[in-house]
Design a protein around this ligand. Structure first.
Ligand SMILES: C[S@@+](CC[C@H](N)C(=O)[O-])C[C@H]1O[C@@H](n2cnc3c(N)ncnc32)[C@H](O)[C@@H]1O
Ligand code: SF4
Length: 387
């Protein structure tokens, strides 16, 4: 019997809400502050319009996950989230066990609002805790204290079966001892998932200027590597091993939405600056929408979608992307899928060299994966295999 792929293949919808209460000095996400408020109803209508346009291109799919990312989607009214979810359900079939995540900043977490998100259909939240050290939070430009972040975690736990929170480490002046203590404290409040990102100095952010001027010093490569190793060891012991380079989960607690990206499945990107990957007529198509919120809004109102990039990828591009995403996962990739996507095979000589160096390994079921010691040099490993 032929399997109906539309019912079995994961398909995700990413919805980008691009507004924040204030801009954090390290952040280069597409996020904006609007002191005069946002015409939320008008934006929500535009989201529904763009959802309809995306569904026209990939009809008949079953949505397995939805992710409200930002910016700060927890600033939205629960009714707006409900309206966007209704629009998705109007155009696609939604799986009965769909995962619906909403990113929340502790500053905008109130119990009543969270109950509203839950009633709207959200079943998982991801909180931007960032640190449990008040001085570090201040330096990161956060508007909440460690206690307020933990209060938000408690509200998340009371309202949602599944929640995650983000921490940023490899921060200025951070020692192995202080990070170990902070991480252990965080783990005591963890649900089924934790994301831990090393602080990245992004171009065109205030942190970039400070770093360049020598006023913000981040751990050197050796210390960053030790911090990474320590993170792995503590999290494994706590039952939350890494399933991706920066993401940890208890078994079964992995974020299904992010797995769609890393396993190379399709996702529709809705809202300002959202990226998507859609398979249309057997070809993978990369999409991207206008970044500036008000320009996006006007484009959608005029043309039905905010798309500014809509490109068919070549087999080689699709395969390289599959490597780049798939090798971030602890489970690694299936070489046969790489071949199906690109028509090429991975070079056995290069794999042998990387294996000898201890950077990759082949599992008993034939998957290729990066080892724990290979993860810190992941970019080099991917470049080696893709070239
Ligand atoms: C879009 S933000 C999420 C949520 C929400 N806006 C907040 O800040 O609470 C996603 C996450 O990316 C991480 N992040 C953003 N910029 C980063 C940087 N320069 N280095 C490391 N992590 C970063 C933060 O942990 C942040 O929570
Ligand atoms: S880290 Fe979060 S709250 Fe801060 S500017 Fe970026 S998206 Fe907004």
């Amino acid at each position: 019997m032929m399997l109906n792929m539309s019912l079995t293949t994961p398909f995700a919808v990413y919805v980008h809400w691009p507004f924040c209460l204030s801009k954090c000095p390290y952040c280069d996400f597409n996020s904006h502050v609007r002191h005069n408020g946002v015409d939320e109803a008008r934006f929500v209508r535009a989201y529904a319009t763009e959802i309809a346009a995306a569904a026209d291109r990939v009809p008949g799919r079953t949505v397995s996950s939805i992710f409200f990312g930002g910016g700060t989607p927890s600033l939205m009214q629960p009714a707006s989230v409900a309206a966007i979810l209704d629009a998705i359900a109007k155009h696609w079939r939604v799986a009965p066990d769909v995962e619906i995540t909403l990113e929340a900043n502790p500053t905008s977490v109130e119990a009543a609002r969270f109950r509203g998100f839950r009633a709207a259909g959200v079943n998982r939240v991801s909180l931007g805790v960032q640190s449990l050290d008040d001085a570090a939070l201040k330096e990161l430009g956060r508007l909440h204290s460690a206690q307020e972040a933990l209060d938000a975690v408690a509200i998340a736990r009371a309202n949602f079966e599944r929640y995650s929170f983000d921490l940023i480490y490899a921060r200025p002046r951070q020692s192995l001892e202080s990070w170990a203590a902070e991480l252990r404290r965080a783990l005591a409040h963890a649900g089924d998932h934790l994301s831990m990102y090393q602080l990245t100095i992004e171009p065109d952010t205030p942190f970039f200027g400070l770093h360049k001027a020598g006023k913000l010093v981040v751990p050197n490569e050796d210390l960053a590597r030790d911090l990474y190793d320590l993170t792995q060891a503590i999290c494994v012991k706590a039952g939350l091993p890494a399933y991706e380079i920066s993401n940890h989960a208890r078994p079964g607690g992995e974020c299904r939405h992010n797995l769609v990206y890393w396993r190379g499945h399709d996702y529709a990107g809705i809202g300002p600056g959202a990226h998507g990957r859609l398979t249309i007529d057997g070809r993978r198509v990369a999409t991207e929408t206008e970044k500036r919120p008000e320009s996006w809004l006007m484009r959608v109102e005029a043309a039905g979608s905010g798309l500014i990039v809509d490109e068919k990828l070549t087999a080689g591009e699709t395969a390289d992307e599959f490597l780049l995403m798939g090798l971030r996962l602890a489970e690694g990739i299936e070489p046969a899928r790489y071949t199906a996507l690109s028509g090429r095979t991975l070079d056995p000589k290069r794999i042998a060299i990387l294996r000898e160096e201890g950077a990759v390994e082949t599992t008993t079921d034939g998957r290729l994966r990066v080892t724990l010691s290979g993860f810190p040099i992941l970019d080099a490993v991917v470049a080696d295999l893709a070239a």
